[in-house]
Design a protein around this ligand. Structure first.
Ligand SMILES: [Zn+2]
Ligand SMILES: [Zn+2]
Length: 86
């Protein structure tokens, strides 16, 4: 293999890795970024894994105000993709 060919292969591998990482990020839960998305919101978007969805839905104001901890980013849960409330 020539040096140029080796460089091409290396670039190709690098590109494939980046693509794979991007795809992984796209399919990861938008709240914890680690779990795969599992819950389809009422708006039709799939953004969260089960536990995160439950946590976000439970964090609704007026529902259980006493348990509203500091890790809730928004008082009214919104779909991060289309911004519809749910
Ligand atoms: Zn999650
Ligand atoms: Zn949505």
């Amino acid at each position: 293999m020539t040096r140029l060919a080796q460089l091409r292969v290396a670039a190709e591998v690098q590109r494939a890795r980046t693509e794979m990482a991007e795809r992984e990020r796209e399919s990861a839960c938008m709240a914890c970024l680690t779990e795969p998305r599992a819950v389809v919101l009422p708006c039709g978007c799939k953004c969260y894994c089960g536990p995160c969805h439950e946590r976000i839905v439970r964090g609704r104001p007026g529902d259980d105000a006493m348990t509203n901890e500091d890790d809730e980013p928004e008082p009214v849960p919104r779909c991060p993709l289309c911004s519809k409330q749910f």
